[in-house]
Design a protein. Structure first.
Length: 208
């Protein structure tokens, strides 16, 4: 029997998944939580954790996956969102699979079995997404992204790099434009922080 725990904001989701998997005798939903901290502080024993991508407690998907993996969990992310940045960030953080939410019991069961067996559960389409490189950014764009994405204000980012605030805004607009060009429009560039490695020294000037 594969024991499954569900982490989702909606308390009705575990019941729905339990009903969806009712005809799969080798899989059982044995526990649930509305957040990662709640799950880790409880006594639920699970072989596979189904993790909702967006939790209302404000925790980041990649951080949630990393925390669960550090505790020894095998994580299958489930979401209605299939954007590349979400798939890449959670898989890089250690998730064993990523599944788009639907009512396909056979697909869900197979993904759970795959993760439980120690393999990656990804559709061909999602595998293609994570194998694609993100849009190239210049050194200065990476510096702006790193500083702004890790909590610096526009003014602090400008001061640390030695440019004007309007120039910082211009770089942020250029980053958004590059992502829009690959059909992934981004409003808040801070969600891209896990897409690129941090610069060696974000204060160093680079090519524009």
């Amino acid at each position: 029997m594969i024991r499954v725990a569900v982490i989702d904001n909606d308390r009705l989701v575990p019941a729905g998944l339990r009903a969806l998997l009712a005809e799969t005798p080798d899989i059982a939903v044995t526990g649930s939580a509305t957040g990662v901290e709640e799950y880790l502080s409880g006594r639920v024993v699970a072989d596979v954790v189904l993790l909702d991508l967006q939790l209302e407690d404000g925790t980041g998907p990649a951080a949630n996956v990393a925390a669960l993996c550090a505790a020894g969990a095998r994580v299958l992310v489930i979401s209605v969102h299939g954007e590349r940045r979400h798939v890449r960030a959670t898989m890089r953080a250690g998730a064993s699979g990523y599944l788009i939410k639907d009512d396909d019991a056979a697909k869900l069961a197979e993904a759970i079995r795959t993760v439980h067996a120690g393999r990656k559960a990804l559709t061909t389409e999602l595998m293609t997404l994570i194998n694609d490189d993100p849009p190239d950014l210049s050194a200065k764009e990476l510096q702006v992204l790193y500083l702004y994405g890790t909590g610096s204000t526009l003014a602090a980012t400008a001061r640390r790099i030695g440019i004007a605030i309007p120039t910082v805004r211009s770089y942020l607009d250029r980053i958004r434009a590059k992502w829009a060009a690959v059909d992934e429009p981004i409003d808040d560039v801070r969600v891209l922080i896990d897409e690129y490695p941090p610069p060696t020294d974000p204060r160093n000037s680079g090519r524009a």
